[in-house]
Design a protein around this ligand. Structure first.
Ligand code: SF4
Length: 294
């Protein structure tokens, strides 16, 4: 089950995960940094009691501006067995979580699926990903995942290469999003407005990258099936230590830039979903990574 020539993510770096770490930082065991009720996702995910969120350590994508830098690039976290992770899932459900929200679990997928099979959650399972997924991984998740919370970050290969080291990001992530939508089907809500099934495609507007944001939104409108997914346009970009000296990435997005992105989404008919307020760039979106709940 543990890959000896890892191809769990599109990097396909071939690491022997039984004894070594791959490019993502994932090694032989599951590593996670926090498991708690989280109120900072879209309202249909967070609800009133919070989303039972597990933040996994490491990341296949490694964006320079990642707001969870300490755990994604720094790989901070605690190693868990499959059965310990199943217990974490059970505790979150018992605490009243509306769903299990698995943040950046791509590089631990087989372990996470085993833990889900042990825990047998009675609440929806949310696969929260930067979008850099193989179609094979999405196929393998069928039956275990109800909601995909995915990203479409870039259209330009130059931009995705520069900021995430992934020139193939757009093609890979678009193909993955299409497969997620095919698998999950159109959004299904509970009577209290929580998403029980479906796909949310997020786009974080980056400062200095408005043209690319517009290209991403056009691709969403033209290449993804209308009415079968929700859009979430986000303004919460926050400069991080690693973005110092990276031009516009060392500042927040301006009101003017963000308004252009939101206006384009509206003009393209991408109104089924969420548009964050420009004032949403707050530190509350980065929770403390202190091993809570593990
Ligand atoms: S999940 Fe990690 S180890 Fe596996 S292919 Fe991707 S980067 Fe390499």
């Amino acid at each position: 089950m543990i890959p000896t020539h890892c191809a769990l993510c599109p990097r396909r770096c071939g690491a022997d995960r039984t004894r070594a770490q791959g490019l993502c930082g994932g090694g032989p065991g599951i590593r996670a940094a926090r498991a708690a009720l989280h109120l900072w996702e879209e309202p249909c995910i967070s609800g009133t009691r919070g989303s039972g969120t597990v933040f996994f350590s490491g990341c296949p994508l490694g964006c320079v501006y990642c707001q969870n830098d300490k755990i994604s690039a720094g790989n901070f976290g605690k190693v868990l067995t499959v059965s310990e992770l199943a217990d974490v899932f059970r505790r979150l459900e018992a605490a009243g979580a509306h769903n299990l929200n698995l943040v950046t679990a791509t590089h631990y997928r087989p372990w996470v699926q085993q833990a889900l099979h042990l825990a047998k959650p009675g609440i929806p399972v949310v696969w929260n990903t930067g979008g850099y997924e193989t179609v094979e991984a999405i196929d393998a998740l069928a039956g275990d995942v109800d909601v995909y919370l995915t990203d479409l970050k870039y259209r330009s290969p130059e931009l995705s290469a520069r900021y995430s080291g992934a020139p193939d990001y757009f093609d890979v992530s678009l193909a993955a999003a299409k497969r997620m939508i095919e698998q999950a089907g159109p959004p299904v809500f509970s009577p209290d407005g929580l998403l029980r099934r479906g796909v949310i495609v997020r786009h974080l507007a980056l400062p200095g990258c408005v043209d690319d944001s517009l290209a991403v939104l056009r691709a969403m409108a033209q290449k993804l099936p209308r009415g079968r997914f929700l859009v979430s346009v986000m303004s919460q970009y926050t400069p991080m230590p690693r973005t110092k000296g990276l031009g516009a990435l060392s500042r927040r997005i301006s009101t003017y830039e963000y308004r252009k992105v939101v206006n384009a989404a509206v003009e393209l008919g991408l109104t089924d979903g969420y548009m964050q307020e420009r004032s949403s760039a707050k530190e509350e979106y980065t929770p403390p990574f202190d091993l809570e709940g593990l």
